[in-house]
Write a protein that binds this ligand. Sequence first.
Ligand code: SF4
Length: 341
Amino acid sequence: MDLFIPSRVFFEPGALEYPLGRQLYDLMESKGIPIRITPSHNRVLGIPGDTPQIAYREAKRTLVVGVKKTLKLNTCRPSADYEFALGTSCPGGCQYCYLATTLGRKPYIRIYVNVDEILAAVEAYIEKHHPDITHFEAASTSDPLAVEHLTGSLQKTIAFFGRQEYGRLRVVTKFANVDGLLELNHRGHTKFRFSINSAFAINTFEAKTPSLTERLGAAGKMAAAGYPLGFIIAPLFLYEDWQADYRQLLEDLAAWIQPHQPSSLSFELISHRFTARAKKIILERFPQTKLKMEEGSRKLKWGKYGYGKYVYPPDQLETLKNWFTQEINRLFPKAEIEYFT
Ligand code: SF4
């Protein structure tokens, strides 16, 4: 799959005071990509699109380069202790994407250029919890690998964590351009998890993302480079042939494991859920979507931020959990299932 090149780029003036900001400006200028200045990376005017479909499509072709000002980190359960952001959104077009529905009408791709300041904030959290080891998630607001060929920020972040005795990094991705990460001195302190799904889910809902074969190819390279590895199967969908499709996925994965033999392997399992707001936005953007979002066949679960999510009812969740636990234990007896949610 081709690497992402934006159709237009917006720069915050402050971003041009950082080497990465200037480097990106020169790169975009040399490629003839239209450049504009935006007073704030939070409020970007001038992305075309007067219908939800066009606004979404054009936003996903737009890069915004800014400076991260809030360096206070949020907690990130169950996957880590804290999360930090190298950017937001991604060029992928997954219909169910949680980020694409929480980032407003135009989920443009934003990258932050003050990576050293962000990592200094991370270091302060590591020191605060020392001698405990603190785990950080770097992909809860974006897929940083999708823009790594432009930023090099993951390289810098992985090298930083390689130097930390008491900090560990976790990254999740659907992308595959890992070649720039293979030679880094990561010291096993960064865990990469590849997000995968059944062929039906990938083909139906995950536009503009690498194929399963490409993701597994990248996972194989990361395993060979000694990175701790995991797979996130998400979102888990219940549909007519779900057992046959997911069994095929797990068997393909088991065949992939044989020659690669990663030093460790884990699974994270996340069932599909949606909010009323997400459903409205998804139906505006993808009127023909095959995503099943019928409130009547779900259970409303209230989250800690006071909004409800429609999750599968308890008996169906139990079926999913038991089935995946049994199949993963059968095919990957040494793997750990970190959580099911
Ligand atoms: Fe969202 Fe991840 Fe898909 Fe990007 S790859 S659209 S972040 S789900």
